[in-house]
Ligand binder design. Structure first.
Ligand code: ADP
Ligand code: ADP
Length: 226
């Protein structure tokens, strides 16, 4: 179970820029939350604080009923996928997917089973020997997703994961991400500035502006009262 509370979170950077101001929201277990808003409104900062890559100036990130502010990123059970795929260029698909398990000193048999399971789920079984440079954009994004889910995260964060793909592939990957979310039963926070992505993927949409929450609504509510 991974319901979350983002409890009155604020972030001031050292140069006194307030990136996020009193962000307060409950997120249901397995909810698909989409975060939208203009560039610079604090979306990435919010994700980085949740995953543990950025300190919080005030407030709490609560997962289940645990405050994780002081839990290191690697122990939070949160996966994050970025806009650039950030695959390891010198490693093949197998080793890219396996990477996090190797870091955890997972035994070889368990690792091999998990990698093959994830590869199958992501349709990558026949590409395990390939290097990232020889893959298409969609295949690379699937490797990035596979690498992120190998540790069975409680929470999945995605920061504009499709913005580097062409329009046709974006539509296809949209469906794949929705299906992946349903299979994994994780809680999802997905950042995008694509209206259609937000409206088709979200259970709820959070609109941010200048570091604050401006609106929280379901796609149906936004459709009726834009
Ligand atoms: P978004 O993801 O919505 O584009 P960001 O979270 O990246 O917004 O940025 C929010 C604000 O915080 C912006 O004003 C940005 O310039 C500032 N900011 C982001 N990262 C840093 C940083 N590492 N140091 C100082 N200011 C930053
Ligand atoms: P090491 O980390 O010990 O140098 P490798 O990274 O080469 O080993 O591989 C670790 C395990 O993963 C091996 O048992 C190997 O069979 C398996 N493996 C690596 N790459 C592939 C692949 N492309 N397809 C299938 N199995 C692979």
């Amino acid at each position: 179970m991974a319901q979350m509370t983002l409890n009155h979170i604020s972030k001031r950077y050292e140069d006194e820029i307030t990136a996020v101001s009193d962000f307060h929201l409950h997120i249901r277990d397995q909810e698909f939350l989409v975060l939208v808003g203009p560039s610079g409104c604090g979306k990435s900062t919010m994700l980085r604080m949740i995953v543990g890559l950025e300190t919080i100036s005030s407030g709490e990130v609560i997962i289940g009923d645990e405050v994780v502010n002081d839990v290191p990123a690697k122990d939070r059970d949160i996966a994050m996928v970025f806009q650039g795929y950030a695959l390891y260029p010198h490693l093949n698909v197998y080793d890219n997917i396996a990477f996090a398990l190797k870091m955890k000193k997972c035994d070889k048999h368990t690792m091999d089973c998990r990698v093959r399971e994830v590869a199958k789920l992501m349709g990558l079984e026949y590409l395990l020997d390939r290097k990232p440079e020889s893959l298409s954009g969609g295949e690379r994004q699937r490797v990035a997703l596979g690498r992120a889910i190998i540790c069975e995260p409680r929470v999945f964060l995605m920061d504009e994961p499709l913005s580097n793909l062409d329009a046709q592939l974006r539509v296809k990957m949209r469906t794949e991400i929705i299906q992946l979310h349903q299979r994994l039963k994780t809680t999802m926070i997905y950042v995008t500035h694509d209206q259609t992505e937000a409206m088709t993927m979200a259970d709820r949409i959070v609109v941010m502006r200048e570091g604050v929450i401006q609106q929280v609504a379901t796609p149906a509510e936004i459709y009726q009262h834009p």
